[in-house]
Each structure stands twice: as C-alpha cells, then as structure tokens.
Design a protein around this ligand. Structure first.
Ligand SMILES: NCCCNCCCCCC(O)(O)C(F)(F)F
Ligand SMILES: [Zn+2]
Length: 641
C-alpha cells in the first residue's frame, strides 16, 4: 500500500500585504521549497498523488462557529484597509483576499488524506498545506491559522469513517491551543503537544500550555502538554519524550487513526523554535508512530520557517512514510536537565490517568514551586533571537537495498511473497550461509532477513561471533523467551544482549547483558510492549548498533501481533538491518514475521488491560538500576542532594 501526497500550488497564492514583523516569515516559499524538494529527490513520484478539494461549510462547522465562518467569508471582497482592520481583532495572523479560499483547500487536503487512509486506498500520507491550523479556535484566527485543519480532520474521521479513538501528535514547536480547546473534555481524541514555553514567556504565553493542563471532566488525561523551558533541545530530548511519555500512552490509548500536526519549526535553524534537533530525527519520530493504528498515519504540515531545514525534514518524513529505512540515530546525548524536568512533571501529573505511568516519580522539587517561577517568568521577554548562523550536516542519502527481505527456510516451506529465498544450496554449511547473509546486509545489498534454523542457540552464537568479529559492527541481540541465552554481553561493548523472559531474572551480567523479566512472560502484550517502548528502544537507540539480531526461543508464548510490533519497531535501528532467527518448527510465525520485515504495519494490540503493578514496578526498578549506564533511560532529574 502506498503513501499519499496532497499538494496544490493554489495554496501558495496568498501572502502578507503589509508590514507585520510577527507574520513576516509565514511565506508562500515554505510550500514551494518543501514540494520542490520532494520532486527533486524523486520522493513525490513514489507517492500516490491525491487532489485537494475545498472544504464544505458543514465540515468547517465541525469545529468553528457559524458567526466566525460568516465573518471569514466576507474577507475575499475586502479592500486592503478592511483586511487590516479585520485582522486587528486576532493575534499574530494576517488575512488576504485569497486566504479564505486557501484555508478551505488546506482543510480539504487534510480530509482527502483522511479519506485515502481510512478507506485503505493508501497506507499513510502527507498533506503539504498553507495556511496552517493548530492555533485557530472555535471563533477566532490565531498564529497564521484560519481554520483548524487537524481538529476538523479528527472530527471528520470519527463522523465519516467511524474512527473511535484519534491520536493527534503535534510536534510543531508551538502549542496548538486551538486543538487543545477543541478536545479538552473529549476522551476520544488524545492530543499530545510539545512546545517552546520558557515558563510562559514564549508565544502564545498561555498558562494552560503548561504540563499541568491535562484535560477536563471526561477528557482528563487525554491532553498532554510537554513544555520546553529552554531553547536548544536536541534529538535525545525529543526521543526521550517519545519513549517515556508519548509511545507508552499512545499504545495504551490504542488509536484507530494517528494525525500528526507536522510542524517543522522544531528543527534546527528555525527562527521561531531555536531548537537543535536535526532533520533526520523526523524519520525516527515518524517511524515510531507507524505501528500504531495499523499504520494509518496522516501528517499535515503546520509550521516550519527555515527554508533549508523545513524541506529536509519534510523529505525525511516522507521517506519514512514510504518505508525507507531510517538513518542511524547517531551520537545521541543524554536529555538535558530542563527536558528531564519537563519529562518528570508530565509523567507525574499523568500517572493517575495512564497505567503505564502508574509508578512515575513525584514532581521534582523545582517544579512544585513552579507557581513562583511562572509568575516571575510571565512578564519577562523570551530568549532574544540568536543571530549567529547555524550549520548542520545535510541528511544522509537514504537508498534502499536491492533486496528488502531474504529468507532461509526449509525446502518444503514456500517463500512468502515479496521475499527472496536465500538458498542453502550455494552454502552447504548452514553457518556459512548465515554469515554470508549478514555480509550482504552490511554491504547494504539486503535490508533484513528471516532464518529458520534447527537450533536457535547454535545459530545465535555463530551469528554473534561473525557479526562482531568479521564485520566490526556493534550487535544488538534481542532474545524473546525463557531459557539460557548462550552469548554474553561483551565488556568491550561490541554486543548488547536484552533478554525478555518470564523466569526470575538471573543476576544481571553486567552493563551489556540485560534481562527483562515479565511476570506473566512474553505472552502478556501489555507488559511486553511497555518494556519494549520505555526500555528496549531507549537502550537500542543509545547503543546505535550496526545490526540487530532478533531471536525467538521455542515456546516463547509471544503472540503474533506483539511479535510484529517488536519486529516493526526495531527496524528504526541499524538502517533496518535486522536478522530474525527462529526454530524451524515455528512455521506459523513465518508469514507474520515476513510481513513486518517487508514494512507492513503490525496489527494493533487492542486496548491493553492496565499493566500489572508488579510489572510496572519491576520496569521502573530495572530502569533506575540501569540509568547510570544508559542515559536515555532517565525519566527524572537527579534530585539535588
Ligand atoms: N517571533 C514572532 C512572533 C510570532 N508569533 C506567532 C507564531 C505563530 C506560529 C504558527 C505555527 O508555526 O505554530 C503554525 F504551525 F501554526 F504555523
Ligand atoms: Zn509552529
């Protein structure tokens, strides 16, 4: 299934007609450079082009008032003076004779994308639109936004396509207060937003943008605000919030559709965001969402003002939506203290609503006095704009290996569609055969593979030795199921082993051999997925292996959908170079495993029963014990002595 791309140059045909420093950088070129980059890179041709349409009044009224709509309808015929006058009633936004038309196209584009995904015409997609939407409210324009594209898309998906639960991920650097207001008492729409806040000094300077606004009445817990109280946030800060807040909650929420308010002013170089996350991080943020809602992800452009990092980030997002392996998440740091403080605050206030956060720590002492620094913060100016030129390396070319998935199967087992059989014939010695397969991966001739072997323990040993010795690559071994794991994590750091098992974990064998023991074993998806999201993924991203070995021990008890989630999520590492090893009598797993290796989204795990307290407890304990060695496991600031 394909990826939809929705764009029409008509949406470039409005601009600021007078002087207004607050709005000067919301220019038509934002769209032309983004679409141009997709065309230039060949990505546009690989997408399914879906036409835009105008939204109807009824669709606009899903979110906005009739009075507001009627008022906006009068703008096309206004004189310049009238437009300026009309604009004065709103903040940080401008009107233009053609902006009403473009605003209807921006909504229409978003709804066309929702139709294409919800009807299964495509798997996922992106709408490149202007004007953006996430600040506009029931009866007001705000922050370059006229109508709330994503809020309307969420309501439309529920009413027109029967979507029950919709997740909105807003990675724009500004708080989409319009979206928050729209759904704050609605438990069927989970709104997640991070945003530059600087203790309420940064636009739109709303108290309700802080972490302690969690939603109202039935909607309590379904509004998650992650304030960035400093500029310069980096890839590790963004990933930590995904691993320790968004993904655990998103999997517990189990959405039928994921809408992304994809603003790229959160990327390096942006004059508004002043953050330092690089464009390739959006490949990982996108990838990490693609196994939710069975892959139904709709990305709708919001902000993004640096005309270099914006198109780069758009391309990274579309590459990943198309299934291309993500670049290696190289040289990740620890999250900064300010990010950890926000992380701890958000997890603390949401622990009563989400079982995966049940054992989150209390508010950090610095935050419990937060009302003091909010008062003092409110009236100060935000960090003045930095003028010095910022540089970052252009993202790596993301070429796809000629073969995506190679399989080594017993002769009597048919080769699944889309896979390439790696025959034992040419390599009589089975172990040599496996080593040759690994060599092909490292040469990027094959992306990933599945091998069925007589004995997974023997295969594991040989592959681990070969991968580390011959290929000089760091190897991540993920082993699922009870029983001994016959390889050691290595003190030289060349191999990291993470073992998921039911048995009481034998004593931990050092930093590079980690046992995650699940009370009910690997059959309990709700415990397992939380261990994957908030422990295995942070470890894997920090370790940044060149190859991933995923081993399923016999009788592991892991269910197909959990196994496919694990196989899917781990492909964000090592440029997707993953080798899955299973016992050859485990034939029922061949099909499901291959579909994940081919990039098909994993089935949803269903609404997870709340986690076993002992599992959450054990996970928090394990994370606390490992944190000194693994920085991305941190979820709290180190309390001042
Ligand atoms: N330094 C000048 C102050 C600018 N204040 C307004 C910022 C609006 C941000 C709009 C956006 O980027 O959130 C959207 F996604 F909606 F486009
Ligand atoms: Zn923004």
């Amino acid at each position: 299934m394909g990826t939809a791309l929705i764009y029409d140059e008509e949406m470039t045909k409005y601009k600021l007609l007078w002087v207004d420093p607050a709005c000067k950088f919301e220019v038509p070129e934002r769209l032309t450079v983004s679409h141009g980059a997709l065309v230039e890179s060949g990505l546009a041709d690989r997408c399914v082009s879906v036409p835009v349409r105008e939204a109807t009044d009824a669709e606009i009224l899903l979110v906005h008032s009739a009075e507001y709509l009627e008022a906006v309808k009068t703008t096309p015929s206004m004189s310049l003076e009238d437009l300026m006058e009309f604009t004065l009633q709103y903040g940080d936004v401008y009107f233009h004779p053609n902006i009403y038309h473009c605003a209807k196209l921006a909504i229409g584009a978003s709804l066309q994308l929702v139709d294409s995904v919800m009807t299964g015409k495509v798997r996922n997609g992106m709408a490149l639109v202007r004007p953006p939407g996430h600040h506009s409210m029931h009866s007001a324009a705000s922050g370059f936004c006229i109508f709330n594209n994503v809020a309307i898309a969420a309501r439309y998906a529920q009413q027109r396509h029967g979507a029950k639960r919709v997740l909105i991920v807003d990675w724009d650097i500004h708080h989409g207060q319009g979206v928050q207001y729209c759904f704050e008492d609605d438990p069927s729409v989970l709104y997640f937003s991070w945003h530059r806040f600087e203790h309420q000094k940064f636009w739109p300077q709303l108290k309700e943008s802080d972490f302690d606004t969690v939603g109202k009445e039935k909607g309590a817990g379904f509004n998650i605000n992650v304030p960035w109280n400093k500029v310069g946030m980096q890839n590790s800060d963004y990933l930590s919030v995904f691993f320790h807040i968004l993904l655990p909650v998103a999997y517990e929420f189990c959405p039928d559709l994921v809408l992304v308010s994809a603003g790229f002013d959160s990327a390096i170089g942006d004059p508004e965001g002043e953050m330092r996350a690089t464009p390739d991080i959006f490949a990982h943020l996108t990838h990490l969402l693609m196994n939710l809602a069975e892959g139904k992800v709709c990305a709708v452009l919001e902000g993004g003002y640096n005309l270099t990092s914006l198109p780069q980030s758009v391309c990274q997002t579309v590459h990943t939506l198309l299934g291309d392996p993500a670049p290696c998440p190289a040289n990740l740091d620890a999250p900064c203290k300010s990010a950890l403080e926000s992380l701890q605050c958000v997890r603390s206030v949401h622990r009563t609503y989400w079982s995966c956060l049940r054992h989150a720590a209390d508010l950090p002492t610095s935050c419990s006095t937060k009302h003091i620094n909010t008062a003092e913060g409110a009236d100060q100016e935000p960090t003045e704009e930095s003028s010095q030129e910022i540089f970052w390396p252009p993202p790596m070319k993301r070429v796809f290996p000629p073969t995506r998935t190679a399989v080594v199967l017993p002769d009597d087992v048919a080769c699944p569609d889309g896979c390439k059989r790696w025959s034992l014939l040419e390599h009589p010695d089975p172990q040599l055969c496996l080593s040759a397969l690994v060599d092909k991966m490292v040469k990027n001739e094959i992306c990933n593979g599945l091998v069925l072997v007589p004995d997974v323990s023997v295969a594991m040993i040989c592959l681990a030795q070969h991968a580390v010795a011959a290929l000089n690559k760091r190897l991540l071994v993920v082993c699922v199921g009870d029983g001994m794991v016959p390889i050691q994590g290595t003190e030289d750091g060349k191999t990291l082993v993470v073992h998921f098992s039911r048995k009481e974990s034998e004593e931990q064998r050092g930093k590079h051999f980690i046992t995650v023991h699940l009370t009910k074993g690997c059959g309990d998806a709700s415990g397992f997925i939380q261990a994957v999201l908030s422990l295995l993924l942070p470890l894997g991203y920090e370790y940044d292996p060149g190859l991933v070995l995923l081993v399923q021990k016999p009788d592991s008890g892991v269910c197909d959908s959990m196994w496919r989630q694990l196989t899917g999520l781990l492909q964000g590492l090592a440029q997707g170079h993953m080798l899955v090893v299973m016992q050859e009598d485990e034939r029922k797993h061949i099909g499901p495993t291959c579909s994940s290796l081919l990039g098909i989204a994993a089935p949803s795990l269903g609404q997870l029963h709340s986690l076993l307290p002992e599992d959450v407890e054990a996970l928090e304990r394990l994370r606390r014990r490992l944190t000194p060695d693994w920085k991305l496991l941190q979820t709290t600031v180190a309390e001042e002595p």
